[in-house]
Write a protein of this length. Structure first.
Length: 431
């Protein structure tokens, strides 16, 4: 078996009824606690806090140690690559063990790693090593872990449920620049990382209380989803080779690698782009917060549209829109930064929605964690290489023009690549 959707119901899922899924409008009415817990988990997850805030620390850390932008970008690159390497393994554990045994300990680890990063960094080697430690400890808080609950619990309104839950990254991305910039400016970048650790611990406390209070609703879709442990173990042994021979997976991987390169380059370097153009750091942080606001709106709207429009065509339109925003930034500079911020926010907001939605439709729920984890790994690799290469492009040229042009080209290529995907299975066949 290749793990594709077969239409067979999963007997281990018992969410709202005997079928394992709520029907019609009841999905949202009964399942909102799952969406809320997923939303909060995404808000304090590694992507929303650690990876998304990289741009805020880029210039202060570089100035503190006298490093170039390309040099300081190496540490986030290593961290993202390690998160990528962990994603398929973590996804497989989620399929076997369930969501919460992976998520909750990893939130603790993420907070500890951030504290150590702020306290112990002394030189470039220690900076890279501690960034890597944060990535390893926090790998279980990534989106593929959390969205497994949504895929297991929702069918008819799966797109909207994904959009609502993944909008948590917009809340984190929108508020963190406003919270951290004054702290970094006043107390330094070390205090900024310690403040991030405090956010993680506060989020863990709230999530823990909600899970306990709504345990009868939250725990079932968070359980393992293999039909039988032995069968699941056998299937897991074929995950890697089957994906490497799977044309659909390879096309998705190529498209999301390129789109991550393009979009995350803008997100990571957005604040330095503006401050280099003479924009005040506080105002630049406010514009960066616009990315988070656009991410929230984009995810909800895109999630709603995923339940009603062809998902692949929607993705192509969004990639083209973000590419247009980057080209506008090249032509207009800081004057059109707000337009570029909105485009980037919608783009980064929609990518994980679309990626999780497509995996949930092309593959069976029992393999969602491992397949989406592998695809998320590719996404992170693209999102790591793009900003790192762009940092070196800036060092070589003294401007971000070339980096933005390359990123726009990557997004256009991603949109074209999606034309080769096979027809999307119907929801009835994607269980």
């Amino acid at each position: 078996m290749d793990g594709r959707a077969t239409g067979a119901a999963n007997p281990d899922i018992r969410l709202f009824g005997e079928t394992g899924e709520a029907e019609g409008a009841g999905e949202l009415r009964h399942g909102w606690p799952i969406i809320l817990v997923a939303f909060l988990s995404i808000t304090v997850g590694i992507s929303s806090t650690f990876l998304f805030s990289t741009g805020l620390f880029l210039k202060p850390v570089a100035d503190a140690f006298g490093w170039g932008r390309g040099t300081v970008s190496v540490a986030p690159f290593v961290a993202s690559m390690l998160t990528a390497l962990c994603a398929p393994v973590v996804g497989r554990y989620v399929d076997r063990m369930g969501v919460l045994p992976v998520l909750l300990p990893s939130l603790i680890g993420l907070a500890v790693g951030l504290l150590l990063l702020g306290a112990l960094t002394a030189n470039f080697i220690s900076y890279v090593a501690l960034m890597a430690l944060v990535a390893l400890l926090g790998a279980g808080t990534a989106a593929p872990v959390i969205t497994k609950m949504i895929i297991a619990g929702f069918k008819r309104h799966r797109g909207l449920a994904l959009g609502l839950s993944l909008a948590g990254s917009g809340l984190g991305g929108g508020l963190l620049p406003l919270i951290l910039t004054p702290i970094i400016t006043t107390h330094g970048w070390r205090a900024g990382y310690m403040a991030l650790a405090a956010v993680e611990l506060a989020g863990l406390a709230v999530i823990g209380v909600l899970v306990w209070f709504w345990r009868r609703t939250i725990l079932p879709p968070a359980r393992p989803t293999g039909i039988r442990p032995a069968a699941q173990e056998a299937a897991a042994g074929h995950d890697g080779p089957s994906l490497l021979r799977d044309r659909t997976f390879l096309l998705l991987a190529g498209a999301f690698f390129l789109s991550a390169w393009g979009i995350l380059t803008t997100v990571v370097h957005f604040v330095p782009m503006l401050t280099d153009a003479g924009v005040d750091p506080t105002r630049a942080a406010g514009m960066a917060g616009t990315i988070g606001a656009a991410l929230i709106i984009g995810r909800i709207v895109v999630g709603y549209l995923l339940d009603r429009l062809p998902a692949v065509r929607l993705a192509q339109c969004l990639f083209a829109m973000v590419a247009a925003g980057m080209l506008a930034l090249v032509a207009g500079g800081a004057e059109v930064a707000l337009v570029a911020a909105v485009a980037a926010g919608i783009g980064i907001g929609s990518e994980n929605d679309i990626m999780s939605f497509l995996v949930g439709r092309y593959y069976a729920t029992s393999r969602f964690g491992s397949v989406n984890g592998a695809l998320f790994a590719v996404f992170l690799v693209g999102g790591s290489i793009g900003p790192a290469v762009s940092g070196y492009m800036f060092d070589a040229t003294g401007a971000y023009t070339l980096a933005l042009l390359v990123s726009a080209g990557a997004l256009i290529s991603a949109a074209l690549l999606l034309f080769a995907l096979p027809k999307l299975p119907s929801p009835a066949d994607a269980r």
